[in-house]
Design a protein around this ligand. Sequence first.
Ligand code: GRF
Length: 191
Amino acid sequence: MRIVVLVSGTGSNLQAVIDAVKTGELDVEIAAVGADREGTYGIERSSEAGLETFVVNFNSFPTRDEWDAALTARVASYAPDVVVSSGFMRIVSADFIEAFHGRYLNTHPALLPAFPGAHGVRDAMAYGVKVTGCTVHWADAGVDTGPVIAQEAVTVEESDSEETLHERIKVVERRLLVSTLAALAAAAPPA
Ligand code: GRF
């Protein structure tokens, strides 16, 4: 199973995938890692791991549509079986979703459909939930919508800040992403 991973930030979920591939726990080929902006640690750590990387910089395109078309073409050039949005903080178009229909996987630090959007951890805390968690799902054209593949709960502690809670969620999220990809790879028919 060939995957392309998209990141916007530090890429600790991505690192978990890289590590799991290295140890053999995860039998996938990371065809490339892409970002929507320059200077992300996600791209830096991918280069360090010897992976193919690319940037389709959102700010270098006059319109969102042009950026989206460039991203779609670049990702498609790697012929991935699955595209992983791993902390990729951009909404993609219906055309992108169509191009990778049913193959665009997203991770989110809340129990969807609760608390979608860029501040899932903050919003869950602000609501006062006692349990939140993370979700791995097939993404459609909405914001953090689409069929859920796997979820795991994380208890909110009285003493939690957004940062401490997000860190605990990310520990679970990394494991869930790797195990979900492993299950998909095991189910994928051989090329
Ligand atoms: C993850 O919690 C992801 O779900 C959210 O942002 C975080 C990204 O972390 N959208 P990292 O870049 O993988 O460290």
